[in-house]
Design a protein around this ligand. Structure first.
Ligand SMILES: [Zn+2]
Length: 197
């Protein structure tokens, strides 16, 4: 059993897939093909079939999961996850999809459950384990108003504010420009490019 095989359904892999799907489904209007592409990028085998009819339930699920990322602390994240679990979780079971994947837990009703139900149940489970493991919210929402993507918190380390280096750089440059433009005596003051937004 190689590690790439078992890592494909690790908690971290499922959490990353959750963040990617939430961003794809809550950003600019995605097509079923684009969502199928995100699923493939995150380990779904074969050609996942996503139809136009799946999109509304998928978007609803993504918006509800985004609320968990928006939680300020572990208590709030846990309360929101408990709400999702109470609503969408069936009995916990293990599946290997008849040997096509490593054994991993599912909370949806059955292996052929619709994508919306699957997204909510599998994501709620992975985020629940992260809260359990780290006693902190599983992630956050990018502080860049132009972005709004969700991101996962990586272990311990400094508190993260942006989803990506690209957003952090853009905001730092914008703050620098604002600081220079706003100060009437800007010529006398030396702007500090390291001042965070
Ligand atoms: Zn961002």
């Amino acid at each position: 059993m190689n590690s790439a095989w078992s890592a494909r359904h690790s908690v971290q892999a499922v959490a990353q897939r959750t963040a990617a799907l939430v961003n794809a489904l809550t950003g600019e209007k995605a097509t079923p093909d684009e969502i199928a592409g995100v699923l493939r990028e995150h380990g779904e085998q074969g050609s996942p079939e996503v139809t136009e009819g799946d999109m509304a339930p998928l978007r609803t699920a993504a918006l509800r999961l985004r609320e968990v990322f928006a939680a300020d602390d572990a208590d709030e994240a846990a309360a929101r996850l408990n709400g999702l679990l109470a609503e969408c979780a069936g009995p916990l079971r293990l599946t290997s999809h008849r040997g096509a994947s490593p054994w991993h837990p599912h909370l949806d009703a059955h292996d052929e459950a619709p994508w919306g139900e699957w997204l909510l149940a599998s994501s709620a489970l992975a985020l629940t384990v992260l809260v359990w493991d780290r006693q902190q919210p599983p992630g956050g929402i990018c502080a860049s108003a132009a972005c709004g993507n969700v991101f996962l918190t990586q272990g311990s380390g400094p508190v993260r504010r942006y989803c990506s280096r690209r957003c952090a750089t853009r905001e730092r440059v914008a703050a620098h420009r604002r600081a220079r433009g706003a100060a009437p005596d800007a010529a006398d003051r030396r702007p500090n490019p390291d001042t965070p937004a």
